[in-house]
Design a protein around this ligand. Structure first.
Ligand code: UD1
Length: 416
C-alpha cells in the first residue's frame, strides 16, 4: 500500500484549484437513479469514493461515460439488484442508493454499510424516515430489505440532523405520493446541491439549507445537467496547510459562504483571509494564537475539519481545546499526532492540546480520510521526514493531494 513521505516545508506559496465536493457528488450520483433519463454531472473529482459509487451504479445497470471531469449517467436500464456487502462495505455513502431505489422500484435490498471507522454510525434515522413513508423494513443476515408499493409523503422529525438521513429521505420523498415535511433536517451546503439537482430534474423540493424541507413527490423525473459545488473540506484543508507552514496561498473555485465556520476559527487564530479576484487568499504574517472549537452540524464547525485543525493547534503556543459533538470516537489521529511529539490529552469528547515549538518526523498511519490529511499537514511542520502510511484513505476524498501540495512548494511524495 502507498505512503506519503512528507518533509518540513514552507512557507507554502501559490494557487490551488479546489475540486467538486466529494460529499455532494456521492448523493447526487445516487439520486440519478431516481430517473430513467440521462444526467450530465460537471466537475466530478477523481476520488476513490467516486469510483466506488460508479461501481455501485454499474451494478444496478447504469451506463457511465467520463469525459474529463464530466460524467454522463444513463439510467435507462436499471434493475433494483441486491447491493452486496463487498460493494457497500467499501464506503458508507453507498447506503444513499437505498432511498432512490426504494422510491423508484418499490423494493430494495442492501447490505448494512461499512465506511470510516469513526464511531458506530447507525442508520436508524434513515430507516425511521422510510418507515414513516410506509415502507415495510426487515433486517437479517447483514442485509436490510425495504418494500412499499408506493411511498407516501409524511411529516418526519429527525432526532439528529443527520446529513445522510436527510439526503436519503429527500430522495425517497422525491417520487413519493404527496408532501413530505422533514423537520430538524441537516442544513449542509451539500443538501442544497442535492435539492438543486433533483429540482433541475423536475422535482419539487423547497427549504433545503434550512431545518425544514418540504418535498412534494412527482410521478417521474427527467435528466439534466448539473455542476457539483466546490469541496469546502478540501478548501479548508489547504487553508490549514497555508496556516501551518506560515504560507500565503490563493484558493480558486471556492464558495466562501460554505467556509464561514472555518474562516471564523482560522481568523480567531490570527490567520489572514481575504477575498481576491480569483477566490480566497489565506496567509500568515504574525504569530498565531491558541483557540477552542466545538464541532457541530452546519452552520457549526465541520467535524470533517476537526483533525486538520488539531494538527494546526499542535503547533500554536498555548492551550487549545476541541470538543467533538458529531461523532463519538473521532480522535484516532491523536495517538498518531503524539508519535510526532504533539502534546494532547483526551477527556471524554474533548481533546486538550498544548502547542509545541517543534514536531519530529516519524512513521504514522492514516486511520481514516481526515486523520490522514491531518498527519500530512503535521508532517509539513515536523522536523525530518514523516511517513504517512495507508494513504488509500486519503485518496478516498482528496484528488492528487500530494501533487497539489507540491505545486505550492511542499516536500511531499508518494511511494509504493
Ligand atoms: C456525512 C459526510 C461525512 C461527515 C458527516 C457529518 C457524506 C458522504 N459524508 O456523513 O463526511 O463527517 O456527514 O458532517 O456526506 N446518526 C445516527 N443515526 C443515523 C444517522 C446518523 O445516529 O441514522 C449519527 C451518526 O452516528 C453521527 C451523526 O449522526 O454521530 C452524524 O452522522 P451523519 O450526519 O448521518 O453523517 P453521514 O451522513 O454518515
Amino acid at each position: 500500500m502507498a505512503s506519503f513521505l512528507v518533509s518540513k516545508s514552507g512557507p507554502l506559496k501559490g494557487k490551488v484549484t479546489i475540486n467538486g465536493a466529494k460529499n455532494s457528488v456521492l448523493p447526487i450520483m445516487a439520486a440519478s437513479l431516481l430517473s430513467d433519463k440521462c444526467s450530465i454531472l460537471e466537475d466530478i473529482p477523481n476520488l476513490e469514493d467516486v469510483n466506488v459509487m460508479c461501481e455501485l451504479l454499474e451494478h444496478f445497470g447504469s451506463r457511465l461515460d467520463f469525459k474529463g471531469r464530466q460524467l454522463k449517467i444513463d439510467n435507462g436500464n436499471i434493475q433494483p439488484a441486491l447491493a452486496p456487502y463487498d460493494l457497500v462495505r467499501k464506503m458508507r455513502a453507498s447506503f444513499l442508493v437505498m432511498g432512490p431505489i426504494l422510491s423508484r422500484f418499490g423494493r430494495v435490498k442492501i447490505s448494512l454499510p461499512g465506511g470510516c471507522a469513526i464511531g458506530t454510525r447507525p442508520i436508524d434515522l434513515h430507516l425511521k424516515g422510510f418507515a414513516a413513508m410506509g415502507a415495510d423494513i426487515t433486517l437479517g443476515h447483514g442485509y436490510i430489505e425495504a418494500k412499499a408499493d408506493r411511498l407516501q409523503g409524511n411529516r418526519i422529525y429527525l432526532d439528529f440532523p443527520s446529513v445522510g438521513a436527510t439526503e436519503n429521505i429527500i430522495m425517497a420523498a422525491a417520487l413519493a405520493d404527496g408532501l413530505t415535511i422533514l423537520e430538524n433536517a441537516a442544513e449542509e451546503p451539500e443538501i442544497i446541491d442535492l435539492a438543486n439537482y433533483i429540482n433541475s430534474m423536475g422535482g419539487h423540493i423547497r427549504g433545503a439549507g434550512t431545518d425544514t424541507i418540504k418535498i412534494e413527490g412527482v410521478k417521474e423525473l427527467n435528466g439534466c445537467t448539473h455542476t457539483i459545488i466546490p469541496d469546502r473540506i478540501e478548501a479548508g484543508t489547504f487553508m490549514v496547510a497555508a496556516a501551518i507552514s506560515g504560507g500565503d496561498i490563493t484558493l480558486c473555485n471556492v464558495i466562501e459562504d460554505h467556509l464561514r465556520p472555518v474562516i471564523a476559527k482560522l481568523k480567531e487564530a490570527g490567520v489572514k483571509i481575504e477575498t481576491v479576484e480569483e477566490g480566497m487568499r489565506v496567509y500568515v504574517n504574525g504569530p498565531l494564537h491558541s483557540l477552542d472549537l466545538k464541532t457541530l452540524p452546519y452552520p457549526g464547525f465541520p467535524t470533517d475539519m476537526q483533525a486538520q485543525m488539531m494538527a494546526l493547534m499542535c503547533t500554536i503556543p498555548g492551550i487549545s481545546m476541541i470538543t467533538e459533538t458529531v461523532f463519538e470516537n473521532r480522535f484516532m489521529h491523536v495517538s498518531e499526532l503524539k508519535r510526532l511529539g504533539a502534546k494532547i490529552k483526551i477527556e471524554g469528547r474533548s481533546a486538550i492540546i498544548e502547542g509545541v515549538e517543534r514536531l519530529q518526523g516519524a512513521e504514522v498511519r492514516a486511520t481514516d480520510l481526515r486523520a490522514g490529511a491531518a498527519l500530512v499537514l503535521a508532517g509539513l511542520f515536523a522536523d525530518g521526514t514523516t511517513e504517512v502510511t495507508d494513504v488509500h484513505h486519503i485518496d478516498r476524498g482528496y484528488e492528487d493531494m500530494e501533487s497539489k501540495l507540491r505545486s505550492l512548494g511542499a516536500n511531499v511524495k508518494r511511494v509504493p
